[in-house]
Design a protein around this ligand. Structure first.
Ligand SMILES: Nc1ncnc2c1ncn2[C@@H]1O[C@H](COP(=O)(O)OP(=O)(O)OP(=O)(O)O)[C@@H](O)[C@H]1O
Ligand SMILES: Cc1ncsc1CCO
Ligand SMILES: [Mg+2]
Length: 277
């Protein structure tokens, strides 16, 4: 796609999300669950957070798309997550995976291994998480030794590009890596989305809620455009919120305000560059 075609598709995705209020259920971590729901609502989605196996399955069927984040696991998720992912895959529903803290604990490793065959439409993580996921799935650019250090990244966004491309080629969807600039790839092109603020990594859940917002856009656009639209609105809202926030506490509320007021035109005009993979 040309840069101008991408911008047109982003504008349309942002408009459609507000117009259609898609149901975008989530199974996500307990640290940031409220932030995820509020961010989804701010961009036009309808949020519903669930935990139980039968609820995950019924939401996978009822939702327009879904968000799965493995940040804080509980024993019940060993049943909920594979069942839900299988239904999403069978029904051809778009879904977003955030492989938070990949490498921590056997249950997380087992679940993330299982997701390989269910091909998440968008995988969103920081650079270290994407390198580690490619490693776990035996794909190019991956590494077992990627230093995930809990939920934070120690690798640069660009260093994770080969892993992101390999994972996107495997799933046939998109992979998005967040950082100072965000990288989004469909395995053919690389889009770099700029903006945001140094305050964003100082608030827990900017990445989690970005995944939830990408799931809202995935209900109305293909995975590549949905991921680019999510990064664009985050970078735009982050830049604007930082211009008046006193610190990270008020930044979070200002950020939700800016997500809510961002227009499709402003989202489509946010700085981005396009490269071939
Ligand atoms: N240094 C930075 N400058 C500008 N924007 C940033 C910076 N770091 C992160 N961001 C933005 O913050 C958002 C979340 O990215 P981040 O990499 O912090 O996610 P994460 O580490 O998965 O977060 P969490 O796990 O706490 O939810 C993205 O929109 C990204 O562009
Ligand atoms: C801090 C934290 N711990 C587990 S999940 C989470 C939210 C950011 O990924
Ligand atoms: Mg994260």
């Amino acid at each position: 796609m040309t840069e101008s075609e991408i911008r047109d598709a982003v504008r349309e995705a942002a408009k459609l999300a507000k117009a259609s209020n898609p149901l975008t259920p989530s199974i996500t971590n307990t640290v940031t669950i409220n932030f995820v729901a509020n961010a989804q609502l701010a961009v036009g989605g309808s949020a519903a957070m669930v935990y139980l196996p039968d609820e995950g399955v019924s939401m996978a069927k009822a939702g327009a798309s879904m968000y799965i984040n493995v940040g804080t696991l509980f024993p019940i998720y060993a049943e909920t997550l594979p069942k839900t992912a299988a239904v999403l895959h069978e029904e051809g529903k778009p879904w977003v995976l955030d492989p938070v803290a990949i490498g921590m604990g056997q249950m997380r490793t087992d679940l993330l291994t299982t997701f390989k065959v269910y091909k998440p439409s968008i995988i969103r993580g920081n650079a270290s998480e994407i390198i580690a996921l490619a490693g776990l799935w035996g794909l190019e650019g991956g590494s077992d030794t990627s230093d995930v250090r809990g939920v934070d990244s120690t690798d640069s966004v660009r260093s994770a590009a080969p892993a992101a491309v390999a994972v996107a080629r495997w799933t046939g969807g998109a992979v998005a890596i967040s950082g100072e600039e965000d990288l989004i790839t469909d395995g053919r092109q690389l889009v770099f989305s700029q903006g945001g603020s140094e305050m964003m990594p100082c608030i827990t859940g900017t990445g989690c809620s970005l995944g939830g917002v990408m799931a809202v856009y995935a209900a109305v656009a293909d995975p590549f455009i949905a991921a680019i639209t999510g990064s664009a609105v985050y970078n735009l809202a982050g830049t604007r919120a930082a211009a008046h926030a006193k610190g990270t506490g008020s930044f979070q509320t200002d950020f939700i305000d800016e997500l809510y007021v961002a227009t499709p035109d402003a989202i489509a005009q946010n700085p981005l560059t396009v490269e071939e993979a």
